[in-house]
Design a protein around this ligand. Structure first.
Ligand code: GLV
Ligand code: MN
Ligand code: MN
Length: 396
């Protein structure tokens, strides 16, 4: 089965026919279908499926434990299969599908690896349901405490523990998984580019250098419910005014600090057209080249809103292995080396000390986290070939 067949098998899963976007959230029925697909592909390729303590899925060619004991820990490629609300088809799945396709290509060439080769599907990368980005890789490395993760709730009040249990997975096991980490000698995440640098450079594939510091903050804006028609303006305690201050100060501070800041999610209670809200919850996503500037944006927003932003997750400035990036770039004909403002499981693994690299596949519009996210089929094929060359080189 080639890239096209692998790719088209995933297309209907979690697709909203009204928008063409995807709703693939962790531990839902759509996620179960995706996990079944991963297990099926592993079986079809004759790879051994292992699910770690967190629920991340690994498909191995070769015995990863024996190799790790012998100092030849595996080369792993992959990404995630979940999406943001109304996400594109490529963010995540392109890396997983390309990993399976790359293994097939390597095998067809008769390559016999000296290190085991694995494919991974990290659970809950986008954090769309429970709020914490890269929850699967953070739990795996211990960057997210299991007790905190278990208690996170979705919009309906379902805890992550309940969702994992409902999906048939053990909840008590959640936590840092040293046995799994020991199997990963090198991790390569191929990802659709989230920007337009490769269009301008005229190249199909780039290598990742670093990830901007970034995080998510929750702002709880309290008000007093009252009648929209009978409450004098002077008597109102309207949290929507604080929300307006959050939004405009985020933009202003981001411009001032050379950062980006987004308020993409709000919850208004009770959300009635003729009632002053009792409470508004807003989430701020802020990112930038320097942690100090990002924190200055968050502080400015908190001051404008009159509340202390609650940090739900933060990822420090992350640099990928410089020697590995140079080796991969050279292997791919001096592929450009680019930084990014997007978060990835690769960043979490890199921060945990695992030699990690990323490949970016050209995105003609640069649009991502949107139904219109796209990559040309020939660029996807170029990505598979690049990944196959890198994996082959590392597993030699
Ligand atoms: C992940 O896609 C992120 O950067 O939010
Ligand atoms: Mn994403
Ligand atoms: Mn992604």
């Amino acid at each position: 089965m080639g890239f096209d067949d692998l790719w088209s098998a995933l297309q209907p899963v979690g697709r909203d026919p009204r928008t063409g976007g995807y709703r693939r959230f962790a531990w839902t029925s759509e996620d179960a279908v995706l996990r079944e697909w991963f297990a099926g592909e592993a079986a079809r390729c004759g790879l051994d499926l292992v699910v770690d303590r967190v629920g991340n899925q690994w498909a191995w060619w070769g015995d990863p434990d024996e190799a790790a004991r012998a100092g030849r820990a595996g080369v792993v490629a992959g990404s995630h299969l979940d999406s943001v609300p109304d996400g594109g088809a490529y963010d995540g799945p392109l890396g997983v599908v390309s990993a399976f396709a790359a293994i097939e290509a390597i095998r067809e060439r008769g390559f016999s690896p000296a290190r085991p080769i694995g494919v991974v599907n990290f659970v809950d990368e986008e954090g769309a349901r429970f709020g914490i980005a890269c929850a699967g890789s953070r739990l795996l490395t211990g960057a997210l405490a299991p007790d905190r993760a278990r208690a996170l709730t979705d919009a309906d009040g379902v805890t992550m523990a309940e969702a994992i249990a409902a999906a048939g997975r053990p909840v008590a096991d959640l936590g840092r998984d040293d046995a799994t980490l020991a199997r990963v000698g090198t991790f390569i995440e191929l990802h659709v580019e989230q920007g337009r640098a490769l269009v301008d450079l005229g190249r199909p594939v780039a290598v990742g250098s670093s990830i901007w510091p970034h995080g998510r903050w929750r702002l709880d804006l309290l008000g007093e419910a009252n009648h929209a028609g009978t409450t004098r303006l002077a008597d109102r305690h309207d949290p929507m005014l604080a929300l307006a201050a959050v939004i405009s100060s985020a933009r202003g501070a981001a411009e001032q600090q050379g950062c980006v800041a987004t308020v993409g999610k709000v919850r208004v209670e009770p959300n009635g057209v003729n009632a002053i809200p009792s409470r508004v919850t807003a989430w701020l996503d802020a990112r930038g080249p320097r942690e100090g500037s990002v924190r200055a944006v968050v502080e400015a927003v908190g001051t404008a809103a009159g509340v202390q932003p609650d940090e739900e997750s933060f990822t420090a400035d992350t640099a990928f292995d410089v020697v590995l990036a140079a080796r991969v770039s050279a292997l791919l004909g001096e592929a450009p080396v680019l930084g990014t403002g997007a978060g990835h499981d690769a960043g979490i693994l890199a921060a945990a000390g695992i030699p990690t690299a990323m490949l970016f596949v050209r995105n003609p519009t640069g649009v991502s986290h949107s139904p219109t996210e796209y990559a040309e089929p020939e660029d996807c094929v170029a990505g598979v070939e690049a990944l196959a060359r890198v994996v082959e080189d590392l597993a030699r």
